[in-house]
Design a protein around this ligand. Structure first.
Ligand SMILES: Nc1ncnc2c1ncn2[C@@H]1O[C@H](COP(=O)(O)OP(=O)(O)OP(=O)(O)O)[C@@H](O)[C@H]1O
Ligand SMILES: [Mg+2]
Length: 321
């Protein structure tokens, strides 16, 4: 690994780096290694979530970010790491990640013409011995065997026992651990997040800080979309984005009262704005970005919401795009 510095040598101002009113300074590395995420200049930080994440980085707190899909949870952690030059690795706890992937396993290799068995470290022992932020993405999708492996490193001293090796690993002082989840322990009550599990509360209890990142106020969401798709930065473009975010909010309201079984996430709004620049047609872009994902029985309601925000019909010929 090309991380030459093992400890953060300086501090950065939260005010200047994250645009959040605060006198705080947080530790940062001075060199960027290959594991530091690429900086996204257009990223806009949510003050509360950012302060939670910074407490995690600065004071070694375990931080869990919960929220609906596409609200920016995973990228938020990466973008904080990018500004601190903190190496960062993201592990998606999908159904295929196994205990062996996390802990490590014996592998057979050829050395000097002979077959030798060698223990190959999994991602947890590898990451925890370095100044590294480990992001456990989709935490609520992890299989129970995987979750019990993780439980060990959530303990306060975070030691990790490699049973097959009779070794106990101590975490590097700048090893950090974060997670993102759509549901919060009780399983999915919305029907949106198939494949998630209810979480063991003894495990949930081990997270020191839990923050929620859901939908932002319209003006902030508009600024995010505009930052992502700068070609929309015209009078007409801004007007469109306002209407797009308004429509997204209507789908969220309709979802919460049970009229729609799906909703537009901030990610969908960004994709729609991007697709507008590809199709040069916001209706066609809407149809392919969201409308076609809706159940047929709900498409009339979505057409009505579109009409309300844009003052024009989402004409039937578009619906077959
Ligand atoms: N505050 C923001 N500023 C700029 N871009 C953002 C912001 N929030 C989200 N985005 C963009 O929205 C998209 C979705 O973000 P991300 O993948 O982090 O969401 P998520 O909450 O992790 O979703 P999921 O629950 O589906 O994993 C990304 O392309 C990201 O760059
Ligand atoms: Mg994510």
């Amino acid at each position: 690994m090309s991380q030459k510095t093992e400890i953060p040598e300086h501090t950065v101002s939260v005010n200047t780096e994250f645009g959040i009113k605060s006198a705080l300074h947080v530790p940062a590395f001075s060199e960027r290694s290959e594991y530091v995420p690429a900086l996204d200049e257009a990223y806009r930080f949510d003050p509360e979530v950012t302060l939670s994440l910074l407490a995690g980085f600065a004071h070694n707190r375990r931080v869990l970010i919960q929220g609906r899909h596409g609200t920016g949870k995973s990228t938020h952690i990466e973008q904080v790491a990018a500004r601190l030059n903190w190496p960062c690795i993201r592990v998606n706890l999908d159904g295929h990640i196994s205990r062996l992937d996390l802990v490590g396993k014996d592998t057979i290799t050829i050395q000097d013409g002979l077959q030798v068995t060698r223990f190959q470290e999994g991602v947890i022992p590898w990451a925890m011995q370095r100044p590294m932020a480990l992001i456990l993405d989709e935490y609520d999708a992890g299989r129970p065997d995987v979750m019990f492996v993780i439980q060990q490193i959530l303990e306060q001293d975070g030691r990790f026992t490699l049973l097959d090796q009779n070794r106990v690993l101590h975490p590097h002082p700048y090893f950090r651990i974060f997670a993102t989840t759509n549901t919060l322990g009780l399983g999915d009550q919305t029907g949106l997040y198939r494949g998630t599990h209810s979480l063991n509360h003894a495990q949930l209890d081990r997270w020191n800080i839990v923050s929620t990142l859901n939908y932002l106020p319209a003006a902030q969401e508009e600024a995010i979309v505009l930052g992502r798709v700068p070609s929309k930065n015209t009078e007409q473009g801004k007007h469109d984005i306002q209407a797009m975010v308004a429509l997204a909010n209507l789908t969220r309201q309709a979802f919460s009262v049970g009229d729609l079984s799906t909703l537009m996430s901030p990610r969908t709004v960004i994709t729609w704005a991007e697709n507008c620049t590809l199709f040069h047609d916001k209706r066609r872009a809407f149809v392919v970005s969201f409308f076609n994902k809706c159940d047929e029985s709900e498409q009339n309601l979505v057409k009505e919401l579109y009409q309300r925000c844009f003052n024009e019909e989402l004409v039937p010929s578009d619906a077959t795009a």
